[in-house]
Design a protein around this ligand. Structure first.
Ligand SMILES: [Zn+2]
Length: 233
């Protein structure tokens, strides 16, 4: 079971593209296309955290994925920055420490989505003290990092990545301790070329197919690994 998380929605439009579209619509269209590509393989069940233009709180997205015992959580976003020349996709994994200042700023912006929907901040993470949970978290992080690397490898031929394509930051939606989770920023809506690509049907189809193939390889390796050796670093 894969949970696809189209960022933002409803009162929270996300970033605005140079072409005028909103992030919430662009990422929903992409997530729907990705769902189709994954369903076509016949190997997955897909759950969307939203399949229309509604506001869903960040912690609720994670809660739903955990309640459904998802095997993978993929959050889809598109970035925006004050320098219009900056372009390319980035794959984020969750961490309390951000790779760099830009990643920290981005996570803070994305985490503020709940405020746009009229919710107070907070949702403080519970400190994981239980040893079993700690082991689960470590195993999950290993799988998450492996998936992020495979996703980057599978996508780099079809899409343009940012200068630092794999980064970490403290995203609220990447806090499930038991589900491998990544957040993909498809590109920069503040960059005219990226905005053009992200709103193009052809790009959306090619990229979602490449992403579905990478997801397929991730699960194929896990199934093969389960019958052989335990997960290694
Ligand atoms: Zn976003």
């Amino acid at each position: 079971l894969i949970v696809l998380d189209a960022g933002h929605g409803g009162l929270d439009p996300g970033a605005r593209a140079t072409t005028g579209e909103y992030e919430k619509d662009i990422v929903l269209a992409f997530s729907e296309q990705l769902r189709e590509a994954l369903l076509a393989s016949g190997r997955y069940r897909i759950q969307m955290t939203r399949d229309r233009d509604v506001f869903v709180p960040l912690d609720e997205r994670v809660r739903r994925a955990r309640a459904a015992s998802a095997d993978l959580f993929v959050s889809i976003h598109a970035d925006s920055i004050s320098r219009p020349s900056i372009a390319g996709a980035t794959i984020y994994t969750g961490s309390e420490r951000a790779t760099d200042g830009e990643s920290a700023d981005l996570a803070a912006r994305e985490n503020a989505a709940d405020a746009a929907g009229g919710l107070a901040g907070g949702g403080e993470r519970n400190v994981v003290t239980d040893i079993l949970q700690d082991l689960t978290l470590r195993e999950t992080r290993k799988l998450t990092n492996r998936f992020a690397t495979q996703l980057h490898g599978g996508l780099k031929r079809s899409i343009r990545f940012s200068a630092q394509p794999l980064r970490e930051a403290a995203f609220r939606v990447l806090r499930a301790p038991d589900i491998p989770s990544v957040l993909v920023e498809l590109g920069y809506l503040s960059n005219h070329r990226d905005a053009g690509l992200l709103t193009s049907e052809d790009w959306r189809r090619r990229t979602s197919n490449a992403m579905a193939n990478a997801i397929d390889r991730f699960f194929a390796a896990r199934v093969a690994g389960r019958s052989a050796a335990p997960v290694s670093p």
